[in-house]
Design a protein. Structure first.
Length: 343
């Protein structure tokens, strides 16, 4: 129903405007008495065989929502009712920022992709924390990842302090952290992926983590555009800093093989054009590290088969973003059912 009736209507409108409309609709539906239970019955697949224990956390199923959709932690509970095993919020920055000028989100229908140059638009970490306080531990708790970044105006030499601010603010309210140095939409951010600054950043956060009564898993989100040599550096950095794992991958700046007119737009490309490369990166990291750390696979998952390929390549968990927009919440259910059929 989503692909035949709902998506054609939604795709007639500006993608950023329809994002907010869709959020409002999901929030309204969940406010109707009994509707959260109806949505869960439609999309959730509850089976203990789907459970995963990864970096010390128990996930009810391996299908999560990637960062970027619920940047400000406004809808994590409602999105959790659609069958996701976990929700990643952000990217959050210390101070609120508007992001890049509009128009900044583009569909590539012929390619099954999106290009965004949002630029870490968010209301700031303090605002998100107030919403996350409504997610207490115990029954009904949504497993949350906190994706953190730096403000656009913060120079790279001061970037570590921005990540520390976000880490301290979110520590009590998220289950794991993701360090985002791989978005192409904040000027010079990807320079932080170089070995020396990245090691310093991750080690600083790990040292801070060690002072806490309970250590939270810290993951690194990497770009798909890294060379094999750079990926080997990533493996070395993960093992040196002893962070919990890697998310592979963020959006790409490549435009290879695209058909849509919107391929000319600047920004990060996600969706089907990223399927192959993100899987290659997962497989490379898994094989070259001898499966030394968990990997969350994200990038171009539009079918249950895409998800299985990521998992077989070495991912422990997967995340959806563009595939969720193109295929709808039925994709979550399809993936979990496919996993059960292979048990």
């Amino acid at each position: 129903m989503y692909k035949s009736l709902i998506r054609p209507v939604l795709f007639r409108f500006d993608p950023e405007k329809i994002h907010y409309f869709t959020f409002s609709t999901i929030r309204f539906l969940n406010s109707i008495p009994g509707m959260p239970s109806v949505l869960k019955s439609m999309f959730e697949v509850n089976d203990p065989r789907l459970e995963r224990e990864v970096f010390g956390l128990k996930f009810k199923n391996p299908v999560g929502l990637a960062a970027g959709l619920d940047k400000d932690a406004k809808l994590y509970k409602e999105l959790g009712n659609l069958g996701f095993g976990f929700i990643e919020i952000g990217t959050l920055t210390p101070k609120p920022q508007d992001g890049n000028p509009k128009k900044r989100l583009f569909r590539l229908r012929e390619d099954g992709g999106l290009i965004n140059r949002m630029g870490f638009n968010n209301g700031g970490v303090a605002e998100a924390v107030e919403r996350l306080k409504k997610n207490p531990k115990g029954k009904g708790h949504v497993l949350i990842g906190g994706n953190i970044g730096k403000n656009k105006v913060t120079p790279n030499e001061d970037a570590v302090s921005d990540y520390e601010i976000c880490f301290d603010a979110l520590y009590d309210y998220v289950d794991y952290f993701v360090v985002n140095v791989s978005s192409p939409n904040t000027p010079n951010l990807r320079e932080l992926q170089d070995k020396e600054p990245l090691t310093q950043l991750l080690q600083t956060l790990q040292d801070k983590n060690q002072t806490k009564p309970v250590q939270k898993p810290i993951l690194l989100k990497i770009a798909p555009d890294l060379t094999d040599s750079q990926l080997l550096d990533i493996i070395d950095i993960v093992q040196t800093t002893k962070i919990a794992g890697v998310i592979a991958t963020n959006t790409t700046i490549s435009r290879e093989g695209l058909q849509s007119e919107n391929k000319k737009e600047t920004g990060g490309l996600s969706g089907k054009p990223l399927t192959k490369r993100s899987t290659e990166v997962i497989r490379f990291l898994s094989e070259k590290s001898n499966k030394a750390f968990p990997i969350i696979g994200v990038g171009g998952i539009h079918t249950a088969e895409d998800a299985i390929e990521k998992l077989e390549a070495g991912a422990s968990l997967i995340q959806l973003y563009t595939g969720f927009i193109y295929e709808g919440p039925g994709l979550i259910k399809a993936i979990n059912r496919k996993l059960l059929s292979k048990k």
